[in-house]
Design a binder for this molecule. Structure first.
Ligand code: PLP
Length: 605
């Protein structure tokens, strides 16, 4: 069995045409029924173990002769009636979707992951079950639409993942039935299902064209079927004084939402530096891997090693400085380094370990990499015998501004990057995979011909919409909570906390919250009129913030010791965003979030 980069399973009955004979070597012949499932399962397993999820794999379930297609068509008619069948038939004589187009496309290498059979019948169900068992994403090739000429088929949804396949298998549904059902659920009123004791909420997400108006939606073949896990046990962080909640469903939603704006073959490099922007590296990376994110970028070797423990295969790019004497460790764990400067690169190479590297180009950030204009110097980074260049990238300096001069500067950087890449190629240098955009770079300059997009803050759902052209409905992942440790009546004129910086201007009630600046809440928050939510009401922080505690003015609001308050997040109808906190305390969201300390437990919702 071929377990390298591609797996191809075809139906043994299919007679190969002359021009297909060359493909024979790459095919695994299986008979349609029993063996397929067996081989499929084995193939999938070995693929997962040996190739890793970032590899290109084409798995083809069957390849039908014209006679077989007719037979399936007749069978479908007999099982489901002519009316049902006609819906999915393109030509009068025979349904296009029975022609194995998906398979042809797979053979020609136009698609990745698993191309699912898109017809009804036992074979399709077997594939779905296999996918369910091994956690595959079934991908419906979008370009099929162009080939079939069928403008709308429900099976053209871009992704159908693991839980979908499980639910379909449980109900014995084919995709058309399933899709029709899911489309009755909306983001506001999702459908809830449970499979094997796990609970999911499901809805369809209409395609948003990203051009500005978030309400302009169209329900078409790009509609996504969203499936989000619900927590099994009732969520009760009772034992904690303060904590961070991670909404995994929102993280998943963000990945899907961003992915839909990307070009078909672009990959997501999830930027998870600084403990995943303070969210929790392990917790987030696990979720992101489940969402099919292909690679990660981090700042340090330690962060990279933490990720490598979670996944043996995925791409892990270290964006920051790693001293040359750690070359052996980098090589052993198959991490990818950024060549941060010439001296260190030369010493890394001298160490003699084979190391994967990306070359940064300075196109205007003036941070890492040789200047783009300095082409001779840049080229020398590609010539170290022990450093295997797998990528080339640059970083944009002004993408979160919509001011004309900033946008112009960004366009200059973009042009310079692609010119430099072209120059490298002209000199016979392979730059490897190229990437340029971070979150704002992507949202303000989408559709660049890059191989990766390095999403950081967008994954965590904290984009400032006033700074982006493309408005996407991203959702915040983290919320910050604390308990009321004590409640105290304070009389008019009395000062509270260190140095009595605040005095009550009338009799009031103060809640002492069990969270402080050592948990990562900015110490200036209480001076900047930052509010917290208690019983769904906004209450201002007052007095100097302490290391582990702070003070909220309850006014006449009744509250009890032990009650939960929200520093970032929702409570009843009120919301406090990380963006508001960042703005009030004079900084940006990544700073606010990455300040959240390790002593706050991260709880998955
Ligand atoms: C941090 C970082 C990113 C991610 O930036 P976001 O704005 O959070 O998406 C991308 N690329 C590089 C080089 C970075 O340092």
């Amino acid at each position: 069995m071929n377990t390298m980069n591609e797996l191809r399973l075809v139906n043994a009955d299919h007679p190969l045409h002359d021009d297909e004979e060359a493909l024979k070597q790459q095919l695994v012949w299986v008979s349609e029924d029993v063996q397929l499932q067996h081989v499929c399962a084995r193939a999938l397993l070995s693929w997962i173990r040996e190739c890793g999820a970032q590899q290109e794999v084409t798995l083809v379930s069957g390849w039908r002769s014209y006679d077989q297609q007719r037979q399936i068509l007749r069978q479908t008619e007999a099982e489901r009636g002519a009316e049902y069948t006609r819906q999915f038939v393109a030509a009068a004589s025979c349904s296009e979707h029975h022609t194995g187009l998906a398979i042809d496309l797979g053979i020609r290498g136009q698609s990745q992951d698993l191309i699912c059979p898109d017809f009804s019948g036992p074979l399709a169900r077997k594939m779905s079950r296999c996918a369910a068992e091994y956690g595959f994403i079934l991908r419906y090739p979008q370009h099929k639409t162009a080939v079939t000429g069928i403008a709308f088929e429900p099976w053209h949804f871009r992704y159908v993942g693991l839980p979908h396949a499980q639910i379909m298998a449980q109900h014995d549904w084919v995709l058309e039935e399933y899709a029709a059902w899911v489309r009755t659920g909306t983001p506001d009123r999702p459908l809830q299902v449970s499979v094997d004791g796990r609970r999911w909420q499901i809805y369809s997400l209409p395609h948003i064209d990203g051009s500005g108006d978030p309400d302009r939606t169209a329900l078409d073949e790009q509609t996504d079927l969203v499936c989000q896990p619900l927590s099994q046990a009732p969520f009760a962080p009772l034992s904690h004084r303060a904590w961070v909640e991670l909404d995994c469903a929102n993280l998943r939603h963000n990945v899907i939402t961003l992915r839909r704006q990307m070009r078909p073959h672009q990959k997501i490099m999830a930027v998870c530096k600084a403990n995943a922007y303070g969210h929790g590296l392990r917790e987030c990376a696990q979720q992101l891997l489940q969402c099919g994110v292909e690679g990660f970028a981090v700042a340090t070797l330690e962060e990279a090693l933490t990720l490598r423990q979670l996944d043996a295969q995925c791409e892990i790019l270290i964006l920051g400085y790693v001293p040359f004497w750690q070359a052996e460790e980098v090589s052993r764990h198959r991490l990818t380094l950024t060549l941060t400067d010439w001296e260190n690169a030369a010493r890394l190479n001298e160490a003699g370990y084979p190391i994967r590297v990306h070359v940064p180009i300075d196109t205007g950030m003036r941070r890492l990499g040789a200047r783009a204009e300095d082409l001779d110097k840049l080229c020398r980074f590609y010539q170290f015998p022990h450093l295997q260049v797998c990528g080339t990238y640059s970083h944009l300096a002004q993408t979160d501004s919509l001011l004309p001069q900033a946008q112009q500067a960004t366009r200059r950087q973009i042009a310079l990057f692609f010119e430099t890449i072209a120059q490298l190629r002209k000199r016979g240098i392979d730059p490897g995979a190229i990437h340029l955009q971070g979150s704002y770079g992507f949202l303000n300059h989408p559709q660049l011909p890059c191989d990766w997009v390095r999403f950081g803050i967008a994954l965590f759902g904290c984009i400032d919409p006033s700074r982006t052209q493309m408005k996407l409905p991203l959702r915040p992942v983290a919320s910050v909570h604390a308990r009321i440790a004590a409640i105290k009546r304070v009389r008019q004129g009395e000062g509270i906390s260190y140095n009595h910086l605040w005095h009550a201007d009338q009799d009031t009630t103060i809640a002492i919250l069990s969270i402080g600046y050592a948990d990562g809440i900015p110490r200036s928050a209480s001076r900047q009129h930052v509010e917290v939510l208690i019983r769904g009401r906004r209450c201002p922080l007052v007095g100097a913030m302490c290391m582990d505690q702070c003070f909220a003015d309850l006014g006449d609001l009744p509250a009890e010791v032990g009650e939960e308050c929200v520093v970032i997040g929702n409570q009843q109808k009120e919301t406090l965003s990380a963006l508001q906190l960042a703005e009030k305390t004079g900084t940006i969201v990544p700073d606010t979030l990455s300040a959240l300390r390790g002593r706050l437990p991260r709880l998955l919702k």
